[in-house]
Design a protein around this ligand. Structure first.
Ligand code: S3P
Length: 177
């Protein structure tokens, strides 16, 4: 088995809370935060929406994988974009970084939380159907990639952060590294 790093990687669908929970977790644990969407945007010198507009989703995926490849297996919180699990090589790279936590939520909750967000994949007339379809395809991938699944549906943001802190504390006792 390949060695695992000391990172904590947050995965999940749009609206799962990755971008809100990640920074809070990093502050509480005094760990650096690496947000792959931000890294990709920073490298491109424009926003995610602009990358999609200029290069399409395929262009964005290349940049996303390149940003992921820059990360080291150090103690850090890693925030990912919802589509990162679609490429099998990304899944392997995420697991190498450390412990992978899937922030899950039911579809209604995810849709409500995504509301008004600037998601390039949802700039379409059938956004609701696209949302549902993508979730159906990705849900099994998130589960297969994750070491732990946290259902965030019934929880507020501070509650989810506490749940994660408890989970990480418990898992320390069982983790060799
Ligand atoms: C995407 C989700 C976005 C961002 C990009 C593509 C997706 O991140 O990476 O718009 O394919 O689900 P969030 O999950 O933070 O919205």
């Amino acid at each position: 088995m390949r060695a695992r790093g000391n990172g904590i990687v947050l995965i999940g669908f749009m609206g799962a809370g990755k971008s809100s929970v990640g920074p809070e977790l990093a502050t509480r644990l005094e760990l650096p935060l690496h947000d792959i969407d931000s890294m990709a945007a920073g490298a491109a010198g424009c926003t995610i929406s602009e990358i999609f507009a200029r290069e399409g989703e395929a262009g964005f995926r290349v940049r996303e994988t390149a940003a992921l490849a820059e990360l080291r297996e150090e103690p850090a919180i890693v925030v990912t974009g919802g589509g990162i699990v679609v490429a099998p090589a990304n899944i392997e790279a995420l697991r190498r970084l450390g412990m992978v936590v899937y922030l899950s939520a039911n579809e209604e909750t995810l849709w409500r939380r995504t509301g008004g967000g600037d998601r390039p994949l949802l700039q379409t007339t059938d956004a609701r159907a696209v949302f549902s379809h993508l979730l159906k395809i990705r849900e099994p991938l998130y589960r297969a990639t994750a070491d732990f699944v946290v259902d965030t549906s019934p929880q507020t943001l501070p509650e989810t952060v506490e749940t994660l802190l408890n989970l990480l504390q418990d898992s320390c006792h069982h983790h060799a590294s």
